[in-house]
Every structure is written in C-alpha cells, then in structure tokens.
Write a protein that binds this ligand. Structure first.
Ligand code: TYM
Length: 337
C-alpha cells in the first residue's frame, strides 16, 4: 500500500477562530484527517512578528488549541510551533536559499507593516515580519508536506515556499524537498460582513470577523447588520456583501436554502432579510455545537494540555530528522548524541 501523503497547515494564535479561518481552511483540516497524515501547527513564533503582549500570547496559544479540538481537529495531529525549535533552525538555513527580491514582493508584508506601524503609535516594524514567509516555508518543508490546506490569502506564501524548495534542491543536487501544493476549499475568501471589500480578519477589529464560538444573540446581530448593497455595484452584478452571505450559506452545507434563495435573487424577488435569517440560522447551529463541545473539553484542561505536549514531542521527531538531513546536505555539522 502507498504510504499516506502528508498535509501540513498552520494558524496564528492571535485570537479566536473566525468563520474565515474555518470555512477557508480549518474545516478542510478536519476532513483531510480521514485520508492523510496531518500536522496542524499553532504558530506562536509567527504571532510575535506584530506588536504583541507576551502574557496574552501563551493564553491565546492554549485557547486556540482547545478551539481547534472543539471543531474536530484530532489531538495527535496538533502541535505548538515554539515547542519544536527546529522550525527556527530550518528557517535560518532557508533564509540563505531565499531570494531577497522575492521577499520584498510579499503583499502581506505591505499590509501588515502599515498595521504594525499604527499599533501602539510606535511606528515599529520588526525584521521578523519581513522574514515571516521564510518561517512559514520552514514550517511546511520541515514535514516534507505534499499538501497545504489554506485560504487564498496564503497563496503567495506557498508559491514562495515552492521557489525556496526548488532552489534548495538545485543547489544541493538532490530532489530532497517535495514541492508542496495548496488545497483550497470552496470558500476561498470569506469577506468581512461589516466591510465586504475586505477579507474577514482578526486584525481589522471585532466588527470584521465572526467568531465560531460566538453566542447566538451576538452572532445573529452581526449577521443582521451585514452590509448587502452599497449602491456601488454595477447593474447586473452581485454585490460583494450579498455574494459573501450566499458563500456563508453554502459553506455551512445549506445547499437547498442556498439554491432556493438564489432563485429568488435571480427573479429579483429576494428579500435580504430572508437571506440574512438563513445565514444566521446556519451559523448559529454550528456555533452552538462548537460551544457545547468546547465546554466538555474545558472540563479536562490538564489532561488535554499533557496530551498536546506529548503529540508535539512525537511530531518533533519528524522535524529533527529533516534538520539532520538538511545540515548534512548543506555542509553543516550535526551534533551527535
Ligand atoms: P492565519 O492564522 O491568518 O489564518 C489561518 C488560516 O485561515 C485562512 N483564512 C481565510 N480563508 C478564507 N477567508 C478568510 N477571510 C480567511 N482568513 C484566514 C488562512 O488562509 C489560513 O489558511 N501565515 C498563516 C499561518 C501559517 C501557515 C504556516 C499556514 C504559518 N505557517 C504553514 C500554512 C502553512 C496565517 O497567518 O494564517
């Protein structure tokens, strides 16, 4: 039998999981567990690249672990990046196989460096933020992952990862790294309901993302106030806000409600309030289930933390093996224990 292919993905512990993360990537993570060997990493080293609070970071890291378990990620596939320091070691080595010119073209750096400059009014942008995509490449390559389930916003980073891997393979004269391929869900990009011109995102503020563990009343309020039509959309085109609501409905598995409301839209008889009601029902049903599951997990906090530390130790063995090979291939010395 062919060995199972490997899937790797990561998520930053910068707050809760929102429906952009969930429909864009994490829902897929859960499904892929059936057919692949998976590594899902809470990337706390990445979260340090923007101004942050150290006490909150450790809290957010554990909170995200519980959140991921509550939506269906298996504990044996979960790890915490900073407990596997080989990620940073490989990142350094990969820096030396990364084109500086390509790194300057990363759009996320441009977006986030202006957000970083505004934060705390300090005008500070860390070198870590600039180097962020190389650490992401190291996360992927260290497990020699075949597939990376991500939202469309991470496409450019994955392209860079492939470029780095290719350059490394050429330089060392061996097809050592697999060139990883993206796995997208249908919900490539979930938009903010408050401003559908922008993607749903934690960094834009509370109005711009819907937490998957949201209480039903607040969730309904957020959906009710979703921007539908600002009058800027050319005639005959669907506005981004309405498109986003249809996307949320479909991604929630409500194909029938989606199709029937779409018929109404095409006939010109759709009431936006009905579309919002259907979306709110669909999201509330999921969020209520997630909250109940999280409450069960929180009752066993200590055991679960131990379980995640143990799975991280197991996953780390794969990372150590890669770093050993890479050091050999690049003329560096390995420590012998
Ligand atoms: P992060 O933490 O911003 O988001 C986690 C995942 O959610 C997806 N996502 C979205 N998908 C659709 N619509 C949206 N509005 C939306 N917002 C977020 C992201 O594409 C991502 O898949 N750099 C990564 C974390 C990372 C990583 C990795 C990912 C670090 N190392 C290695 C994959 C492989 C990030 O900031 O994701």
């Amino acid at each position: 039998m062919e060995p199972r292919k490997r899937v790797l993905s990561g998520i930053q512990p910068t707050g809760h999981i929102h429906y952009g993360n969930y429909f864009g990537a994490v829902k897929n993570w859960v499904k892929l567990q059936e057919d692949y060997d998976c590594v899902y990493c809470v990337v706390d080293y990445h979260a340090m690249t923007m101004p942050y609070n150290p006490k909150k970071l450790v809290e957010n890291t554990w909170d995200l672990i519980f959140n991921l378990l509550a939506v269906g990620v298996r504990p044996e596939y979960l790890c915490i990046q900073s407990l596997i320091p080989e990620h940073t070691e490989l990142c350094w080595i990969m820096n030396c196989f990364t084109s500086y010119g390509l790194l300057t073209r990363m759009t996320q750096f441009k977006d986030k460096s202006s957000q970083s400059q505004e934060a705390n009014g300090e005008g500070f942008v860390s070198a870590g933020l600039f180097d962020y995509p190389v650490l992401q490449a190291a996360d992927i390559l260290i497990y020699r992952a075949d597939f990376v389930p991500i939202g469309k916003d991470q496409e450019q980073h994955l392209e860079l990862t492939r470029n780095i891997a290719q350059r490394f393979n050429n330089q060392v004269g061996k097809e050592y790294f697999v060139l990883p391929a993206p796995l997208y869900t249908e919900a490539l990009k979930v938009r903010s309901t408050a401003d559908p011109e922008r993607k749903m995102s934690k960094s834009l503020g509370p109005k711009h993302h819907i937490n998957v563990f949201e209480e039903e009343s607040r969730l309904r309020k957020q959906v009710r106030s979703a921007v539908t039509d600002t009058g800027d959309t050319p005639a005959g085109e669907m506005s981004p806000g309405v498109e986003n609501l249809f996307l949320l409905l479909k991604a929630s598995g409500k194909a029938e409600a989606h199709d029937s409301l779409m018929e109404d839209y095409k006939a010109g008889s759709l009431q936006y309030v009905s579309l919002k009601e259907a979306v709110a029902d669909a999201l509330a049903e999921q969020s209520n289930g997630f909250r109940a599951r999280k409450a069960e997990l929180m009752a066993n906090k200590k055991e679960i933390k131990e379980q995640i530390r143990a799975s991280t130790v197991e996953i780390r063995k794969l990372a150590q093996e890669t770093v050993r090979d890479v050091k050999e291939l690049t003329g560096l010395l390995n420590v012998r224990f």
